[in-house]
Design a binder for this molecule. Structure first.
Ligand SMILES: Cc1ncc(COP(=O)(O)O)c(C=O)c1O
Length: 1009
């Protein structure tokens, strides 16, 4: 580059010392036209030495100095001018600056770049423009390629260097510049702008801060006098390259800018085009540089992001992007859409009915296809053939109506995934159900705008659009989807259609995309240059925009307000109501709260139809809303549910089936309603049988919420609000082979941990040792071999019973065995034999969500409990609960869910294992079947717990649609325990997301490599 200085580092250091008395070590920084060095003094003080290009006009440089000074004085985070001078190099004079060094990470390297950061970028630029407004001086117009004013010239001149693949993209945006920007350029507000808000010129603060702050903006070398909205558009252009859907970044930046410095409608209208041309300029300038330096690999890759972003942008209609930008600013998204709605609502003459009922007086029947609707079973959520009988039997001679602006689960195909990855779930038309062949009438005069026959499944089949230009009214369009193919064959473009005229007929299942015969009707306020089609379903985050593009057809169809779907309450409203009526002692999961309205198998769905992969709920063991379990409960509730003092065969069958899964001596079952009740009963059994009262427990254990159980749960009595350890409780070491004192999954450490049970019981009047077979609250701990066997022997020697709490892990979850206590049978020790607890406590998964729990024990212990005091439990073991329990056992058997837990669990552990190599924060990966823990540490030597990072990861996983949680005494263990219907694909999806999130800055920031 002409005039660009080429100092060595040593010369730069010399210059800094001679000119500014700044003694430091120089290291080079990137600069296209000038030369920049970072200087660092021994004391750690830093500065930037900037040697300007010899051809840079001095007047421009002094303008920049002035602007920097003003911005700094306004408190904005810009470098401060420390000193300036000039130097003669090879016969040319160069200005030299010494400016302050700003700490921070380049925004381009931040992981992730959030929408909040994008908003802050816009806000900062808006503030800067406010400060610099009105400061510009008259200057000759420049030919500077990065000045948006010169876009057309730059792109025209450079396009010949652009690869054939990219030239079309560049031309597209050059055309858009001509049509969308040039006619408005003269009237756009102009001023001095930074003009280079690329993602390396913004700095972000520490990742641990929430929300993470934009802490600086650098490089004022490209400042020009230009359209001020260009300043925000340039920043949005670079941020767009990081996004799946670039318009999301544009919305955040412009909203941030607007919050600081209001933008006009005209500025919004040029924004998308300016973003596009800035990226096109990047691609073109890089192409020219590549042609000059064909061997420079860096240049080749430098504009890849811009070119792939342009590829997405050409797919987006510029007006649709503009509507979304307007929505982000709280403006009417489609200008004039409200006027269309008003005109329709107030037209004096009635509209003709589009679809007639078989009997004129039959009133429409409204269907509920929303996420939580039970009208259509979870497997028949698509309104396909399966739903046919239900629809026609309810519709009768009337017109059946599917609602507008309704969130549905019906749209399951890949074609419903939007650019950002978000599923399109909101139905923006109205469905009118009548049999195939029914005539379709024009609601008002119009002309045939366009039509098309779509052959893909779940598309429109035959589709026609009418254009309406009512006298004295606004222009708008109506769309008719799922027509017969003959209707399309007979259509002719531009033909007039009169109000009431039959212009098409409904198509049958085979011709309408595979749906029950119906008309999809919608009003369109801007066709966006489409013909014969228009999307009828949108993504929840774009709902505002699409409500304006496709407003409610209520008035036009003469339907009541019932066609407008009632909206789910907002999360904030629910939280407010919750806090008014619920104790705050009960917390809510995740920073971004979940409002779940439906569950099916391993998925949960929120009110907006977003699917979450449930990797943490072990209660819906055989899948959320498992139809077999639901049916069993329903049948038994309809037949009988009564007092447990009567004889009932299901209770007996259930007890027999449960006992059959246990060692033979565990033969007597008690049925209760919760894990807590079951543990409380287990304690009573042990205390009655032994005549003693003390209990040995594991450190960090939790056994339930009753008073008796808080006393034996160190997790509670030793935690916040706890009253400390009661005298009768004795705490043994958690058998944690990773963090505990005895490391490694060896028999030695298993026996050493078991010794601590003996120590705790020693000299005490112990009734029992209670432990989870695979401790969950302790941090998803798999005890080392021989631990349980040896611990059981120790407690028996001390005169106590061995109670195993299987509330979390029982019923096949561990994969190789049905119960967690059987896992130890795998251990290789010679004296290995089956472990037989004295009492086993069962809970959570037994009822798949129906509240039921059980205690299974020996005949001798049960008999000792029969001491005259009756044990009565109103609900425990009632016929409905037993029917549920049996259905759960049937599902486990028939679907092979224990084996699935083994296979998928192994697959998951194999996928998670390598994360330990890739991410230093992953200290340990452990588990059995579908009960898995990932322990996060900041330092693998000191094992410093990464609790905040674990919480961050769980929250980010939630934001990415996967539910996991954290546990362990230090809350640093990621907990995975999904319904057993989890698949290997689900496991892969989880590992892939976790791998990505573990690389984010908030996770890596405090970790020693
Ligand atoms: C190991 C263990 N035992 C017992 C309980 C108590 O069960 P419930 O909440 O059904 O009373 C829990 C609950 O989380 C548990 O994790």
């Amino acid at each position: 580059m002409r005039g660009r200085p080429t100092l060595t580092q040593a010369r730069a250091e010399e210059l800094a010392r001679d000119l500014f008395d700044f003694v430091g070590v120089a290291s080079p920084l990137e600069s296209e036209r000038d030369q920049n060095f970072k200087l660092e003094q021994e004391s750690g003080e830093k500065a930037v030495l900037k040697i300007f290009n010899a051809f840079e006009p001095v007047s421009l440089i002094s303008d920049r100095a002035e602007a920097l000074g003003m911005l700094a004085r306004s408190g904005l985070p810009v470098p401060r001018m420390l000193d300036h001078s000039s130097v003669e190099l090879a016969g040319e004079s160069h200005c030299v600056w010494l400016v302050s060094w700003l700490e921070g990470t380049p925004l381009a390297l931040a992981r992730p770049i959030t929408s909040d950061m994008e908003h802050q970028v816009g806000f900062l630029l808006g503030k800067m423009d406010l400060v610099l407004e009105g400061t510009e001086k008259e200057r000759e117009s420049s030919t500077f390629v990065w000045d948006l004013a010169n876009t057309a010239e730059t792109l025209r001149e450079h396009i010949e260097y652009v690869s054939a693949d990219d030239a079309g993209l560049v031309q597209h945006f050059l055309d858009l510049f001509h049509s969308a920007v040039e006619p408005r350029w003269a009237s756009l507000p102009k001023q001095t702008i930074h003009n280079d808000g690329n993602d390396y010129n913004f700095l972000v603060g520490p990742a641990a801060e929430s929300p993470r702050q934009i802490t600086g903006i650098l490089d004022f070398g490209d400042m020009v006098h230009s359209a001020r909205i260009g300043n925000a558009a340039i920043a949005a252009a670079y941020l767009s390259t990081h996004r799946e859907d670039p318009v999301d970044a544009m919305c955040a930046v412009i909203a941030g800018y607007h919050a600081a410095n209001p933008v006009s409608d005209e500025e919004v209208e040029v924004f998308f085009a300016l973003v596009g041309v800035r990226l096109a300029t990047s691609v073109s300038v890089a192409a020219l540089q590549c042609s000059r330096e064909p061997d420079n690999e860096y240049l080749k890759v430098s504009s890849v992001g811009a070119s792939s972003c342009l590829r997405k942008l050409v797919e987006i209609h510029p007006r649709l992007a503009t509507y979304r930008l307007r929505a982000a600013l709280g403006r009417e998204p489609v200008p004039g859409a409200a006027a269309v709605e008003q005109w329709i609502a107030h037209r004096k003459e009635p509209f003709a009915p589009v679809i007639l009922a078989a009997e004129a007086e039959a009133t429409p029947i409204y269907f509920d296809f929303s996420v939580g609707s039970l009208e259509f079973g979870p497997t028949a959520l698509a309104i396909t053939g399966v739903a046919e009988t239900a629809i026609w039997s309810r519709t009768g001679s009337a017109v059946g109506v599917g609602r507008w602006d309704e969130v549905r689960l019906a749209y399951t195909g890949d074609e419903y995934v939007s650019m950002s990855g978000e599923r399109r779930t909101v139905h923006m038309g109205v469905d009118l159900f009548r049999p195939a062949g029914s005539p379709v009438h024009a609601p008002l005069d119009g002309i045939v705008h366009s039509f098309c026959t779509h052959h893909e499944r779940f598309d429109y089949g035959g589709c026609m659009v009418l254009e309406h230009r009512p006298r004295g009214g606004p222009v708008f369009w109506t769309l008719y989807g799922h027509l017969s193919h003959a209707s399309i064959a007979e259509a002719s473009q531009g033909r007039s259609v009169e109000q009431g005229e039959v212009f098409a007929h409904l198509g049958p299942f085979e011709e309408n995309g595979g749906w029950v015969a119906h008309l999809h009707f919608q009003i369109i306020t801007d066709m966006l240059d489409l013909e014969g089609t228009f999307p009828g379903v949108t993504a929840p985050t774009q709902r505002l925009t699409w409500r304006s593009l496709l407003p409610s057809p209520m008035h036009l169809l003469g339907l009541s307000d019932a066609v407008n779907t009632p909206h789910a309450p907002s999360v904030s409203e629910l939280l407010e109501r919750r806090s008014a009526r619920t104790s705050s002692a009960l917390s809510t999961a995740y920073e971004n709260k979940l409002h779940i309205v439906r569950g099916y198998m391993q998925y949960l769905y929120d009110a907006e139809g977003r699917a979450f992969l449930d990797a943490v709920n072990n209660v819906p063991h055989v899948g959320h809303s498992n139809p077999r379990v639901v049916e069993a409960l329903h049948r038994q509730m309809r037949t009988l549910t009564t007092n447990t003092r009567y004889l009932h065969s299901s209770r007996l069958e259930y007890a027999e089936r449960l006992a059959a899964t246990m060692p033979a001596t565990l033969e007597v079952c008690f049925f209760v309603n919760s894990g807590s009740e079951a543990n409380d009963l287990a304690l009573r059994l042990a205390r009655t049988y032994t005549g003693k009262s003390d209990t040995v427990v594991l450190d960090g254990a939790y056994h339930g919420n009753l008073t008796s159980l808080i006393d034996i749960s160190p997790y509670k009595f030793g935690g916040l609000g706890g009253q400390g350890k009661p005298p009768g409780t004795h705490v043994a070491l958690m058998p944690d082979a990773y963090r505990g004192p005895h490391k490694g999954m060896t028999v030695e450490s298993g026996l050493a941990y078991a010794n601590s049970v003996a120590d705790a019981a020693d000299g005490r009047d112990v009734a029992a040792f209670i432990a989870e077979s695979v401790p969950s609250c302790g941090g998803q701990i798999v005890p080392p071999p021989q631990y349980l066997r040896a611990a059981a022997e120790h407690i028996r020697k001390a005169g106590g019973l061995f109670i195993v709490d299987e509330v979390q892990v029982g019923l096949g979850r561990v994969g190789t065995h049905f119960w967690g206590f059987q896992l130890d049978e795998n251990s290789s020790h010679e004296s290995s034999h089956a472990i037989v607890p004295d009492i086993v406590v069962l809970g959570k998964p037994l009822g798949n969500g129906h509240p039921m729990a059980a205690v299974v024990t020996t005949r001798a212990i049960a008999d000792a409990f029969d001491n005259g005091m009756e044990y009565f439990n109103t609900f425990g073991g009632n016929p409905a609960s037993c029917a549920v329990g049996l259905a759960v056992l049937d599902e486990i058997e028939d679907r092979g869910l224990q084996e699935n837990a083994r296979v998928v669990g192994n697959h998951l552990l194999e996928g998670l294992g390598p994360l330990r190599e890739r991410h230093p924060i992953v200290g340990d990966v452990r588990g059995a079947g579908l009960f898995v823990g990932i322990e996060l540490v900041r330092d693998r030597d000191t094992l410093e717990a990464a609790g905040e990072e674990a919480a961050y990861v769980a929250n980010r996983m939630r934001d990415n649609g996967i539910l996991i949680s954290t546990d362990g005494p230090l809350e640093n263990v990621l907990k995975i325990k999904p319904p057993l219907v989890f698949t290997t694909e689900n496991a892969d999806h989880l590992v892939e997301a976790l791998d990505r999130i573990l690389a984010e800055d908030a996770v890596t920031a405090r970790v020693s490599a």
